[in-house]
Ligand binder design. Structure first.
Ligand code: R5P
Length: 298
């Protein structure tokens, strides 16, 4: 039996694309917000015994999108769906994967508990900030990467001697850069970043990179305030990079992040449809379809 796609309010277009590309039926749903802000959700067809894939990315307002997701899972479970798969391209709260300061709530663990308690069967996400978060799940939980797709997008720009740059040297960041570099048969390198846990202030250490006269592509999982990527763009420009592109799986672009990046000298900022918007030029639809097929959920 084919998985049926449920488009959550945050990801309706992506759900439609998955349905179209995968030739998978889409479930009719209805939802609204009451005047007091409470959410209402209804499956408008019988889902008993059906295998579902709920598509709902948790970009800001994350807390509202989480509640919507939980209501969809709860409804599906209550109405006796066969299995309840989740595609959550942006899994919010994945940066708090441990207690950095005493007394903190480990928010990624809280979210995992809620998703499982409500009745999800399995979960796919994309470029999760820290893969360790997935160990919080007792249901099958997988991370996909959009690095290849982002790299292919930039490759179409006719790159000159390209180099991929990770804006920090954490293992996951390096791995994303490595995949992107392999895709365009280029090199990769990384910068080193320090974040003050109390103030949130970011400092990128200046390191000599071989970027002079070359096109550089910064690959990151998230652009939030834009501070991390803007620091990297400035360093690359200062060291003589010809063009600097920024590709992020989750371009949240909070506040004036996009202007900050442009002012720093970024030639283009590109994200995926994990976060809908003007810069979402790369889709994650093919990633989930391939994964569903590989894991035989289709
Ligand atoms: C953190 O280490 C992530 O990989 C991103 O680099 C970070 O979340 C981006 O945040 P911002 O845009 O606020 O610097």
């Amino acid at each position: 039996m084919k998985v049926k796609i449920v488009g959550g309010p945050s990801s309706t277009k992506l759900a439609e694309l998955i349905s179209l590309q995968g030739n998978l039926p889409i479930v009719r749903v209805g939802y609204k917000r009451f005047p007091d802000g409470e959410f209402y959700f209804r499956f408008e067809e019988d889902i008993e015994g059906q295998d579902l894939l709920i598509v709902q990315s948790l970009y800001p307002p994350s807390d509202a999108h989480i509640l919507e997701l939980l209501m969809m899972i709860h409804g599906a479970k209550d109405l006796k769906a066969g299995s309840i798969g989740l595609f959550i391209p942006y899994l919010a709260y994945s940066r708090q994967d441990q207690r950095y300061l005493s007394g903190e709530t480990i928010s990624s663990a809280m979210l995992a508990d809620l998703i499982q308690a409500t009745g999800a069967s399995y979960l796919y996400t994309v470029d999760i900030h820290d893969k360790a978060v997935l160990h919080r799940y007792r249901i099958p939980a997988f991370n996909l990467t959009a690095s290849k797709e982002l790299a292919l997008y930039f490759e179409r720009k006719g790159l000159r001697d390209p180099i991929i740059i990770a804006p920090d040297d954490e293992e996951d960041a390096r791995e994303r850069a490595r995949v992107a570099a392999e895709t365009i048969k280029g090199e990769y390198d990384c910068l080193t970043k320090r974040r003050d846990r109390q103030t949130g202030e970011i400092r990128t250490l200046e390191k000599r990179l071989r970027v002079s006269g070359r096109d550089a592509i910064i690959i990151d999982d998230i652009i939030s305030t834009g501070g991390t990527a803007a620091n990297a763009v400035r360093i690359l420009k200062k060291q003589g990079a010809r063009r600097v592109f920024v590709g992020a799986t989750h371009a949240l672009l909070i506040g004036n992040a996009l202007e900050l990046l442009k002012e720093a000298g970024a030639d283009e900022v590109v994200g995926t449809d994990s976060v809908p918007g003007d810069v979402a030029k790369v889709t994650t639809a093919n990633l989930i379809l391939k994964a569903l097929e590989e894991h035989r959920w289709l």
